[in-house]
Write a protein that binds this ligand. Structure first.
Ligand SMILES: Cc1cc2nc3c(=O)[nH]c(=O)nc-3n(C[C@H](O)[C@H](O)[C@H](O)COP(=O)(O)O)c2cc1C
Length: 109
């Protein structure tokens, strides 16, 4: 799937399957995250097979089901970190779509 096809196909999804991510998908995402962190001076992290965040912290709105894998957009509060997180977060969502994964932006309360 090309980047353009992924952008057109992507839409917010809140209900997920319980199928674990394959090692190849995890490696691909981690590689992309490393690049984003380097270029944007960010601390983005991929979390896999962990339900805790979506049990203990409540999303701003929306009902989410079976969220075990997520990308935490983390950064030092310096410079244009909000913009950087938005830009690289969008890049990672496209990458995830290309890997056959759905996604949704979530702001935690
Ligand atoms: C920064 C940001 C935070 C968001 N937080 C939430 C959220 O907490 N809960 C939720 O259901 N949708 C949230 N959304 C909205 C969805 O992720 C999604 O963008 C929206 O439903 C539009 O769908 P689309 O991504 O298919 O265009 C957020 C969007 C953004 C950009």
């Amino acid at each position: 799937m090309t980047e353009s096809e992924a952008i057109r196909a992507r839409h917010a999804v809140r209900n997920y399957t319980t199928k674990p991510l394959s090692p190849a998908v995890i490696d691909g995402l981690k590689e992309e995250i490393e690049q984003c962190n380097r270029l944007g001076q960010l601390h983005i992290q991929l979390v896999t097979e962990n339900e805790e965040a979506f049990k203990s912290i409540i999303p701003l709105f929306g009902r989410f089901k079976n969220v075990k894998n997520y990308i935490a957009l983390a950064a030092k509060k310096q410079g244009g970190f909000y913009v950087e997180c938005g830009y690289y977060g969008a890049r990672l969502m496209v990458k995830a779509q290309q890997a056959g994964l759905n996604s949704c932006w979530v702001a935690m309360q």
